[in-house]
Design a protein around this ligand. Structure first.
Ligand SMILES: [Zn+2]
Length: 357
């Protein structure tokens, strides 16, 4: 009887905790051939808010494997929306694409607390099949999922680099992670495991920053912001591919991206650690999100801002995917190909809503 009660209590506990997990709305198209939980690659994530869905789009034909990541920082919605549009529309014709639209699911599960004057957690839009919500989450893992208060100083593993305590919950300061670390370190470790086991040849991590119109006030002096916006950061093995890609984007769409080599001093970032620890060549792109200009924008419109609308930012991310794939193929003589994805001009004409199921 006592045993039965214990089992019952465990079951109740499980169902209660499962009920609160955040699961974003993704409506896969015909191109998705398989889905797996990230915990497939590292089991301890299973049944936690750190687990997330991985979408496989396999042509069944020879070609390289490309990993596309959105939602490393869940408030950077151009990345999550670009990844979602890929999953809901693309048909991979040769080679294989793996997509993680919400890389830090815990961050997506809460409204952002990182900056003031931020958009709502759920933003309603009109998709092809009616009203739908986009997620504007937080930059970091929910402190409740991390399960401990932030340390005073965060020591990156394994470099020992010192960062502010809150960065311990930033997925993009936790690579390569470790199996016995914090939940955020475990998440980074799981993504590294996926990259190794699936032999990912190259990868893109999609981000957003403040806009070039932003500024900060430091000791009473106005300092221009937006340095990261319109930037493509490349692991050193990816510099030539990145250079070719930025030229292609400028030529095709008139959007100019700055090319930057990943700094070897800054540890824990995807473009640094993935490229160092695996054979996968890593890239990171930054689009300008008006939501981050919190110093002077009181009510930023992250969806329909006149100068930096979401369609422009999603178009920029998808143009980066297109150009990186073309440049990778050219450099290595490979053939990765996909169809049925809007290009930058399509998005600017029809809006991102036209490509969400
Ligand atoms: Zn970011």
């Amino acid at each position: 009887m006592k045993k039965l009660l214990v089992i019952l209590l465990i079951l109740m506990g499980t169902s209660l905790s499962l009920a609160v997990f955040f699961r974003p709305d993704i409506r896969p198209g015909y191109g998705v051939t398989e889905t797996k939980w990230l915990s497939y690659y590292f089991e301890p994530l299973e049944g936690t808010n750190m687990d997330t869905v991985v979408y496989f789009m396999d042509s069944g034909k020879a070609g390289p494997t490309f990993l596309l990541m959105g939602g490393t920082h869940a408030m950077e919605i151009a990345g999550t929306v670009a990844a979602t549009i890929f999953i809901e529309n693309a048909i991979v014709e040769r080679g294989r694409v793996i997509v993680i639209p919400f890389s830090n699911s815990s961050g997506a599960s809460i409204a952002t607390v990182f900056y003031p004057n931020q958009p709502d957690h759920f933003l309603q839009i009109q998709s092809k099949s009616g009203p739908r919500f986009l997620v504007y989450g937080d930059r970091n893992t929910d402190v409740n999922d991390q399960g401990r208060p932030d340390p005073e100083v965060y020591l990156h593993y394994p470099s020992g680099q010192e960062l502010p305590g809150y960065e311990s919950r930033n997925l993009n300061r936790n690579y390569p992670g470790r199996p016995d670390g914090t939940p955020t370190e475990k998440l980074a470790f799981a993504i590294m495991e996926l990259i190794k086991k699936e032999n990912v040849d190259f990868n893109l991590d999609m981000h957003e920053s403040d806009t070039p119109d932003n500024y900060d006030i430091v000791n009473g002096v106005k300092v221009p912001g937006g340095r990261l916006a319109y930037m493509l950061v490349c692991h050193q093995r990816g510099m030539e591919i990145g250079a070719l890609a930025t030229m292609e984007i400028e030529f095709n769409y008139g959007v100019s991206l700055k090319l930057e080599e990943s700094n070897i001093q800054f540890r824990g970032l995807s473009h640094r650690e993935i490229g160092d620890a695996t054979g996968s060549i890593s890239f990171l792109v930054e689009s300008p999100n008006p939501g981050f200009d919190f110093i002077w924008r009181e009510k930023p419109d992250t969806l329909y801002d006149e100068k930096y609308p979401l369609k422009h930012r999603v178009g920029m991310h998808l143009a980066t995917v297109e150009a990186l794939v073309n440049s990778y193929n050219m450099m290595f003589g490979t053939d990765l190909a996909y169809s049925n994805i809007p290009n930058y001009n399509d998005l600017m004409q029809k809006g991102f809503e036209a490509y969400l199921n």
